[in-house]
Design a protein around this ligand. Structure first.
Ligand code: MLT
Length: 274
């Protein structure tokens, strides 16, 4: 790990996080997807630490954050985010979430728009799970319970990455494999249930009054470009970029274009938080 890990108590959680950059800069909080952890954002922290306060934390049960005693749900993850911000005296932040991180960010802005200055939504969607997806998640839970994490990791990696990444970028593929294999089975199961139980946010996207950057891998099969296009049409101040040769983990698979759009967005939006 490039950066020093820190710990802070937020509600029932001992949250593991990275906190870099200028302490007087506007805070940007990065939220990872499932089943990853804060380490996936290291390059973005490195990129922005000169101008911003950049934070990435482990969602409940993931990475080095404990599972706590509350039941896992996207709503609970939103409460965790706000408690984490409270613990660090951060009143308002720019929030960047990938996939599940995006579900959390979208619910957070729906719940308390005063605390979010700007949104970066990566490889995510505003819809709830269809009955078919819920059934698949339940089958996955049974299979993980019966067979453990190895098969689950192999299946996940196949779906997560683009063909190009699978063939040419063994480094990121094996890094994500390692992350999944080190995630506790209980976290996988509890988070799959949380994802299946989430509610949609599409119906409130037209109310979002802050600048929003949407990015998605052109080959994302989990939250495909059409899902991002739909959010872009519904969010008034949004811009959308579809990143070539990337699957579901666009910040790792297409880092050059991802970082360029991220920096441009932050510069133009000029979201100074005092
Ligand atoms: C993620 O990357 O967070 C998950 O793929 C989201 C999901 O399964 O809905």
């Amino acid at each position: 790990m490039k950066f020093e890990q820190k710990k802070i108590q937020a509600g029932d959680l001992s949250v593991s996080y990275l906190d870099e950059g200028t302490q007087t800069g506007s805070p940007i909080i990065f939220i990872h997807g499932f089943p990853f952890n804060k380490v996936m954002w290291e390059d973005q922290l490195d990129l922005l630490k000169g101008d911003y306060r950049v934070l990435a934390y482990d969602v409940r049960g993931h990475g080095d954050s404990n599972p706590g005693i509350q039941q896992f749900s996207i709503q609970q993850f939103v409460s965790d985010l706000f408690l984490f911000m409270d613990a660090l005296y951060i009143k308002k932040a720019i929030v960047c979430g990938l996939s599940m991180g995006g579900y959390i960010a979208l619910k957070a802005v729906q719940q308390d728009s005063d605390r979010i200055a700007g949104l970066i939504l990566c490889d995510t969607q505003c819809t709830a799970d269809t009955e078919e997806v819920k059934k698949k998640r339940s089958d996955t839970i049974h299979s993980v319970q019966a067979n453990g994490l190895k098969q689950y990791t192999e299946d996940s990696v196949e779906k997560l990455f683009s063909k190009t990444s699978l063939a040419n970028n063994k480094k990121i593929v094996s890094a994500i494999e390692g992350t999944i294999l080190h995630t506790p089975i209980e976290t996988i199961i509890n988070t799959l249930m949380a994802l299946a139980g989430r509610t949609e946010t599409c119906s409130s996207l037209h109310l979002i009054k802050i600048p929003v950057l949407i990015m998605v891998g052109g080959e994302d099969r989990i939250t495909p470009p059409e899902a991002s296009q739909k959010m872009h049409e519904l969010i008034p101040q949004s811009e959308l970029y579809i990143l070539e040769k990337s699957g579901h983990v666009s910040n790792l698979e297409a880092p050059e274009s991802f970082n360029l759009h991220l920096q441009d967005f932050l510069k133009v939006a000029n979201l100074e938080i005092v």
